[in-house]
Ligand binder design. Structure first.
Ligand code: G
Ligand code: G
Ligand code: G
Ligand code: MN
Ligand code: NA
Length: 253
């Protein structure tokens, strides 16, 4: 394929960039952290979104070096912002299943922490339920190692995958991100309200933080807050933005 061969050289040609989307504390309406989202600036095409290329690079293994670049670049960016005197907020990086299972992951994270000097508490990883459920005990081992480094872990797209509550309890996970599928129709769907309410209750009883994704309206915000959801992410606050614009989010607090 043409797309695949372009992707093979994209890293060396420095065509990838990171965008950032705020996660807001629902109590204070202030910035809590930023999710890191990869974009591919493809010549003659423009900005390519991850759903167009992540599945390809997951398939062909390029996710491993590209994913490592994302982690490194996010850590470097965090340190640059810190040197500029901006308020430090954690950056949450997505890990896809193949990346998560690669045996080089933990050593590469260690190296990146060492080389960039980032505080582990300033880095988080988001992993989907599906990725977590695929590999049994090995999964727990990797999660424990990442957790032992002081990096927080969250479960992304919660509620859409195959999940086991027993595992949820065993995993050293600190945060659940409610998939935006359950938020979208919150104002009109009693069923979705019940699901969200159950996820919030589950999170509370397991002492996990809970983030709602896809918060687009004040109605969403109101209902989520009433249900005790702590954090929110979505177009109501900001779309994912390039680093230059993320600086303004950090300046505003
Ligand atoms: O950026 P956007 O909102 O379009 O993201 C679409 C999907 O791509 C999300 O599921 C997100 O988790 C995934 N994604 C975005 N950036 C990265 C990345 O750096 N690494 C991995 N593995 N997935 C990413
Ligand atoms: O990692 P995850 O699958 O959660 O990736 C986040 C994705 O959700 C990105 O593609 C991001 O652009 C998208 N997104 C973030 N906020 C909103 C929102 O409010 N509405 C919708 N429809 N998508 C959103
Ligand atoms: O839309 P405006 O330019 O005012 O947004 C400025 C900042 O406030 C952006 O960082 C945006 O993410 C954030 N923001 C957007 N909507 C709201 C809101 O309803 N309340 C608060 N507190 N911040 C918001
Ligand atoms: Mn995510
Ligand atoms: Na998600």
């Amino acid at each position: 394929f043409e797309l695949e061969s372009s992707l093979r050289s994209a890293l060396a040609l420095q065509q990838f960039e990171l965008h950032f989307q705020p996660i807001i504390n629902m109590g204070t309406r202030k910035l809590h952290s930023l999710e890191v989202l990869l974009r591919w600036r493809r010549p003659n095409t423009g900005l390519v979104m991850p759903d167009k290329f992540i599945p390809i690079i997951e398939d062909n293994g390029l996710i491993v070096p590209i994913g490592e670049w994302v982690i490194r670049r996010a850590c470097e960016q965090s340190m640059e912002w810190r040197r500029q005197g901006l308020r430090p907020v954690p950056l949450a990086v997505n890990l896809s299943p193949r990346q998560f299972m690669h045996k080089g992951l933990v050593p590469s994270i260690r190296r990146i922490l060492d080389e960039t000097g980032i505080e582990p508490s300033q880095l988080e990883f988001e992993i989907t339920e599906t990725a977590l459920m695929q590999h049994g005990d090995h999964t727990l081992d990797i999660l424990d190692q990442i957790n032992a480094m002081g990096i927080r872990l969250s479960i992304d797209d919660f509620g859409t995958g195959y999940s086991s509550l027993a595992y949820l309890k065993r995993f050293p996970v600190k945060k659940i991100k409610i998939d935006r599928a359950f938020v979208k129709d919150l104002e009109h769907s009693a069923e979705d309200r019940a699901i969200v309410s159950a996820i919030v209750a589950l999170s509370d009883s397991l002492q996990l933080s809970v983030v709602a994704e896809g918060v687009e309206t004040e109605g969403h915000y109101y209902l989520l807050q009433r249900q005790g959801c702590q954090f929110a992410q979505g177009y109501l606050f900001s779309r994912p933005v390039p680093a230059e614009q993320a600086v303004h989010l950090l300046e505003q607090g």
